[in-house]
Unconditional design. Structure first.
Length: 590
C-alpha cells in the first residue's frame, strides 16, 4: 500500500485555506444558479424516479451534487468552470492563492474512512490507488470508520486534503458500480462522478455519522431528566454553586480530566457566550476551567504523552473554524491565545533540580544508553538480556540511594510511547507490566484512531529511560530466541499450521519466563535495599507518580483479561526455559 507523506504546517492555517475555498465555491455557484444548470441536471436525474424535496438535508445534498458535477464538467476543449474561474480571479491574500491552487488540483476519489487521526483530521484510504490521505475535517464522527464514500478532494501544500463535494456513504452496489471506472495509473474522471451522482440521486444516499465538536457534546441530565448541556457547562454550574467552595479539589481534578480538545473548545465557547445575563461568576468559572485544561495539556506535552502533542493547535484550529462560521464569538479564540501565552512563558516543572542531582541523573542515563549500544543494536540472547537487566537494576538502585527526598521531589516525570504497529496483542506485550513494575513505572495501553495498539510507560525520567532500554532489549531477545527456535527440533518436526502454533507457544513461554525473572529480580532488589536515606524511597517515588498522573487528569482503568490459550506444550516449556534458566551475571558491567 502506498504510504502517506507526513502532514506539515499549521492545521489552523489550513482551516483558513478551507474557508477561502468555500468562498470561491460559493461565488461560482451563485454565478451558476441564474443560468439554471443545477436544476437542469437535477431534472435529468430525477425525471421518472422522484421529485426534488421542497427543503431539508436531502434537497441540499442533491443540489450540491449537481453543482459539483457542473463545476467540474469539461467543455469540448477540456476546460471546466473551475478552470475558467481560477484563471479569471486575482488572489488578494496567501490563503486565496492557496485556495485557487487547491481547486485547480481537485480530484474525484473513492475512499474508505479509516478513522479520526486527530481532532482536526480524518484518515482515508483511496480505494483505487491505495494511497493513505489526511482529510481536514472537524465533523466526521469516529463511528464513520469503515464506511466507503465518494469525495472531491483538494490537496493542500501541508499534505492534508479538503472536501468540497457533498458527504455521503456508498453501499456495496454503488461502490462496485463506481469502481468499474477505475483505470490503472489514472485518476477517476467526470464520467465516474456523473454516473455515481445519478445513481445516488435515484436510489437515495446514506448519511455519514457526524458530530459538532463544540455544539453536540454528550448531554447530561439531572434527576428530573432535564438537560444540563455539556460536561463542561455542568462543571461550571457546580463551580459557582454552594458546593464549589467545599469541594474545590474535586472540581479541579474534574476539570483536569476534561482536558481534551473537544472540552477545551467547549469551555472557550461557553466563556465567549456568557454575557451580562449569565449567572454571577459563570464567565469566570469557564475561564478557570479552560485555564486548568490548558495547564494540564501543556504538562502532558512536557511529560512526553504523544496523544496530546498537537491538542492545543487542534483546539485553536477548531475555534478559528467556528468563529469564521459565526458559531462562536472571537473572544473564545482570544481566551485560548492568552492562556497558551501564559503557559509558554513558564519553565517546565523540575527546573529547580540541583546541578549535582541533574548531573548524576545524566550519568545514569548515559550508562543505560551505553548498555543499549552493547546489546540491543547487535541483538542479544535471553542470558545477555537478563545480565543487562541486572546491571540496570544496580544503576537505578545506586542512583536512588544517592538522592535525598528534596531532589526526588524535584525530578521530572516522563511518558514514552511504544507503537506496536499491531491491532491485536502479541505474547511480547505480556512483558510490559512486569517490566514497568521492575522499573517503578506505570504502563497503560491505548487504541489510536487507525486501530493500532500503543503503550505508554510513565514515571520518573531515569526509570522510564531504563524501562525503554529494557523493552528494546526484550524485543531484540524475542527476535534472537525466536530465530533460534525455528532451527530447533520442535519447530522443524511440526507441519503446516502447527509451526505457527509452536512458534506462538514458544513466545508465550518466553514472555512468561522473562516476566517471572523480572519479578524475581525486583523482589531481590527490594529485599536487599538499604534504607540509608532515612525514608522509604520506593513509597515516595510511587506517591509522586500517582500525584503526577492525577495532576495530568489521566483517568486510568484496570481491565482483567481472561484469554484462554491453546498452546504447544513442548514449545511453551522451551520458551519458559529460555526466559528463566539463565542467571544474571556481570559480563556487561562497565
Amino acid at each position: 500500500m502506498a504510504g502517506m507523506a507526513a502532514a506539515t504546517g499549521s492545521i489552523e492555517a489550513d482551516f483558513e485555506v478551507l474557508e477561502a475555498i468555500g468562498r470561491q465555491v460559493e461565488a461560482m455557484i451563485d454565478a451558476m444558479l441564474p443560468r439554471g444548470e443545477i436544476f437542469r441536471t437535477l431534472r435529468q436525474w430525477l425525471t421518472g424516479h422522484g421529485e426534488l424535496p421542497e427543503a431539508g438535508e436531502v434537497r441540499l445534498c442533491l443540489m450540491t451534487m449537481a453543482a459539483d458535477l457542473e463545476l467540474f464538467t469539461p467543455s469540448a476543449s477540456g476546460v471546466t468552470a473551475v478552470d475558467r474561474h481560477c484563471n479569471k480571479v486575482a488572489p488578494q491574500t496567501p490563503s486565496e492563492r492557496a485556495a485557487l491552487a487547491a481547486l485547480g488540483a481537485a480530484q474525484f476519489r473513492l475512499v474508505r474512512i479509516l478513522g479520526r487521526e486527530s481532532q482536526g483530521t480524518v484518515r482515508l484510504k483511496d480505494l483505487v490507488t491505495d494511497e493513505t490521505l489526511l482529510l481536514l475535517d472537524a465533523y466526521i464522527s469516529p463511528a464513520a470508520a469503515g464506511l466507503d464514500a465518494a469525495m472531491r478532494l483538494c490537496p493542500l501544500p501541508s499534505g492534508r486534503h479538503v472536501l468540497i463535494s457533498p458527504l455521503f456513504a456508498l453501499d456495496e452496489t454503488t461502490r462496485l458500480a463506481a469502481m468499474k471506472f477505475a483505470r490503472p495509473g489514472k485518476p477517476l474522471g467526470h464520467r465516474c462522478a456523473a454516473s455515481l451522482y445519478r445513481d445516488v440521486a435515484r436510489r437515495g444516499f446514506l448519511p455519514v455519522p457526524q458530530y459538532d465538536a463544540a455544539l453536540d457534546a454528550p448531554a447530561l441530565a439531572d434527576e428530573d431528566g432535564e438537560t444540563l448541556e455539556t460536561e463542561v457547562e455542568h462543571l461550571a454550574m457546580r463551580w459557582i454553586g454552594p458546593e464549589g467552595t467545599t469541594r474545590l479539589e474535586a472540581l479541579i481534578l474534574e476539570a483536569r480530566q476534561l482536558a481534551s480538545v473537544e472540552d477545551l473548545v467547549d469551555a472557550c465557547g461557553h466563556y465567549s457566550q456568557a454575557g451580562a445575563h449569565a449567572p454571577e461568576g459563570l464567565k469566570a468559572a469557564f475561564e478557570r476551567i479552560a485555564a486548568l485544561q490548558v495547564e494540564t495539556i501543556v504538562q502532558r506535552q512536557r511529560a512526553g504523552l504523544q496523544k496530546d502533542a498537537d491538542a492545543l493547535d487542534a483546539a485553536a484550529a477548531l475555534i478559528a473554524h467556528f468563529v469564521a462560521q459565526g458559531a462562536m464569538a472571537a473572544s473564545a479564540a482570544d481566551l485560548l491565545r492568552r492562556l497558551r501565552l501564559r503557559w509558554s512563558a513558564r519553565p517546565a516543572s523540575g527546573s529547580s533540580q540541583t546541578h549535582a542531582a541533574a548531573a548524576e541523573l545524566e550519568r545514569v542515563i548515559q550508562r543505560i544508553q551505553a548498555l543499549r549500544a552493547k546489546t540491543v543494536e547487535r541483538g542479544c540472547t535471553e542470558e545477555e538480556a537478563m545480565a543487562a537487566a541486572a546491571k540496570v537494576a544496580e544503576l537505578l538502585d545506586r542512583h536512588d540511594l544517592s538522592l535525598d527526598e528534596v531532589s526526588l521531589r524535584n525530578s521530572d516525570c516522563l511518558g514514552v510511547n511504544i507503537a506496536t504497529g499491531r491491532k491485536r496483542r502479541a505474547p511480547i506485550d505480556s512483558c510490559l507490566l512486569p517490566l514497568a513494575r521492575f522499573c517503578d513505572c506505570h504502563v497503560w495501553s491505548e487504541e489510536h484512531a487507525d486501530g493500532t495498539l500503543h503503550y505508554t510507560l510513565f514515571g520518573l525520567r531515569h526509570d522510564v529511560e531504563a524501562a525503554r532500554f529494557l523493552h528494546e532489549l526484550i524485543e531484540a531477545t524475542f527476535e534472537t530466541e525466536s530465530a533460534m527456535f525455528r532451527y530447533g527440533d520442535i519447530y522443524l518436526s511440526a507441519r503446516g499450521g502447527e509451526r505457527r502454533v509452536a512458534l506462538n507457544s514458544f513466545q508465550v513461554g518466553l514472555a512468561s519466563g522473562i516476566g517471572s525473572k523480572l519479578a524475581t529480580l525486583k523482589a531481590g532488589r527490594e529485599a536487599s535495599k538499604a534504607k540509608s536515606t532515612g525514608f522509604d524511597l520506593v513509597a515516595t517515588k510511587h506517591a509522586m507518580v500517582h500525584e503526577e498522573i492525577a495532576r495530568l487528569g489521566l483517568n486510568l482503568t484496570t481491565r482483567t483479561r481472561r484469554n484462554r490459550r491453546y498452546v504447544h506444550g513442548e514449545a511453551f516449556a522451551a520458551g519458559k526455559a529460555a526466559g528463566s534458566l539463565f542467571e544474571p551475571h556481570s559480563a556487561l558491567a562497565g
